[in-house]
Design a protein around this ligand. Structure first.
Ligand code: BYC
Length: 433
């Protein structure tokens, strides 16, 4: 299911151990021979449940019968996203901007494959026949399939060009970081230990996204200065407005992955000890949340914003989403720094969390990037200013030509500051046939 491109070997990182001193090995690997190991972070024999009604009890090594279906559901949803992203990225191997980027695509893909394998292992080892059937189902669904699509919306979108790939690995993989972070807190110890290890690999995926967007912004800024124009399309660069539209799209479909702001599912998972909060053990409260309140900002039918006070336990998806948004902002700050260092006054921004939403309280409302609630007509008339249009997507795609010569790079992106594992940019990261 990996990239559509034949290779003789890719310089890959393979996970070999969970220990502190060195868990990965780098070498050229023939991709079909890449080994998917099962890795669980080391077991802490004294670990107790950190939250919910079982707080303080020892964590579980087996699945309690009463929580079987909920746990299985969480594992299936997590597992379903992993092959989905590989399916979405399948064609990118044909247009990589450099051998370095091509190698990163393979790296991300083999690790997503390993993460699927990690979830399948849990289903097979702990959930009996039903778990094995669900594992089989993971192979039957396919990203974007009309009959058997992937479960969550963002994983049925196309990743049709490399700017979309960088945005996906920045915004959507970052949802993975936060969801895995909450499953790492789980009372079901094998799930917790598996997710803890997956998070190590995940960091590189987000690095690919962060530095990928850095490099596009850098190149656009360089072209703007060189040609003294914002209209850099004619010079083979991606205009800043198009980059902003990609941010708007990928950020908002990723916000949908957090589910509804108010969720009894999330409250039940929390009370049962199945899924915690981000950094659960560092939170200073009773870790049960039966008494706490939190505020939800919601659109009113008259087009103004209102606030409602609700039990905090009902707003756990919102709590996690807020952590995620703060983290996303750090990328935007970095990209703006690149612009300011080039004396360019344009600034990127994250749109309002109500913008372009299909899930939760804002779905069914039209909210502009600055947070104004507008009517259908205004939305239809203006959305091409905010979201990538067919012309924008066609233009970006027109720039996507493969560059597979060592040390060379496409016109629309700057080279990375560093190579992989201390190797230079012009290293032969991929042996092509
Ligand atoms: N699309 O109470 P609600 C990653 C469903 S990414 C379609 O609002 P809940 C990765 C929901 O299932 C991380 N359906 O939400 C990244 C429910 O259906 P049921 C993946 C949606 O349950 C890049 C109903 O709506 N991991 O690892 O509190 C590359 C009402 O749900 C969506 C996880 O997500 C949607 N966007 O929260 C590779 C962790 N949102 O049950 C990998 C596991 C909601 O009524 N999953 N629905 O039939 C979860 O924790 C939760 O299921 C969710 C939803 C956060 C996804």
């Amino acid at each position: 299911m990996g990239p559509t491109l034949e290779t003789q070997g890719v310089y890959l990182r393979t996970a070999v151990s969970v220990g502190r001193d060195g868990w990965a090995h780098f070498d050229h690997v023939n991709v079909p021979d890449y080994r998917w190991g099962i890795f669980l972070a080391e077991r802490d024999a004294d670990r107790t449940i950190a939250f919910g009604e079982h707080r303080g009890e020892p964590v579980w090594q087996q699945v309690p019968g009463e929580y079987r279906s909920e746990l299985q559901r969480l594992i299936v949803i997590q597992g379903d996203t992993e092959p989905a992203s590989v399916e979405q990225q399948k064609l990118l191997g044909l247009t990589a901007p450099s051998l370095y980027d091509l190698r990163n695509l393979f790296q991300v893909n083999v690790e997503e494959g390993r993460h699927l394998w990690a979830m399948v292992y849990l289903l097979h080892a702990y959930f009996g026949r039903e778990g094995r059937d669900e594992a089989e189902g993971l192979l039957l669904r396919n990203s974007g399939s009309p009959d058997a699509p992937r479960i969550l919306g963002a994983f049925n979108e196309e990743t049709a060009d490399w700017l979309a790939f960088y945005m996906f690995t920045y915004f959507t993989d970052r949802d993975g970081k936060y969801q895995l972070g909450t499953l790492k807190e789980s009372a079901f110890d094998p799930l917790s230990r598996t997710c803890e290890f997956m998070l190590k690999e995940e960091a590189h995926h987000m690095f690919v996204g962060t530095t990928g967007v850095d490099r596009v912004v850098q190149r656009s800024a360089d072209l703007m200065r060189e040609h003294d124009t914002v209209d850099i399309a004619a010079h083979g660069g991606i205009p800043l407005e198009i980059i902003q539209k990609y941010i708007n799209f990928h950020y908002t479909v990723s916000l949908d992955l957090f589910g509804s702001e108010t969720s009894t599912n999330a409250a039940n998972y929390y009370t049962a000890g199945l899924k915690g909060r981000w950094m659960e053990t560092r939170r200073r409260d009773d870790h049960k949340l039966t008494e706490d309140a939190a505020t939800l900002e919601k659109p009113r039918p008259d087009g103004t914003w209102g606030a409602e006070e609700l039990q905090a336990i009902l707003l756990l998806n919102l709590d996690l989403r807020s952590e995620y948004i703060a983290d996303c902002q750090t990328g935007v700050n970095r990209w703006n720094k690149i612009l300011s260092e080039s004396d360019i006054s344009y600034r990127f921004a994250l749109p309002h969390p109500g913008f372009n939403r299909e899930v939760g309280i804002n779905s069914g409302h039209h909210v502009t990037p600055d947070g104004t609630i507008v009517d259908e007509q205004t939305w239809q008339a203006s959305k091409r200013k905010w979201l990538p249009t067919t012309e924008d997507l066609t233009f970006v795609r027109s720039l996507m030509h493969p560059v597979y010569e060592r040390g060379k790079i496409a016109s629309w992106v700057a080279p990375p500051r560093q190579g992989i594992n201390g190797k230079p940019f012009d290293y032969e990261y991929v042996y092509l046939t």
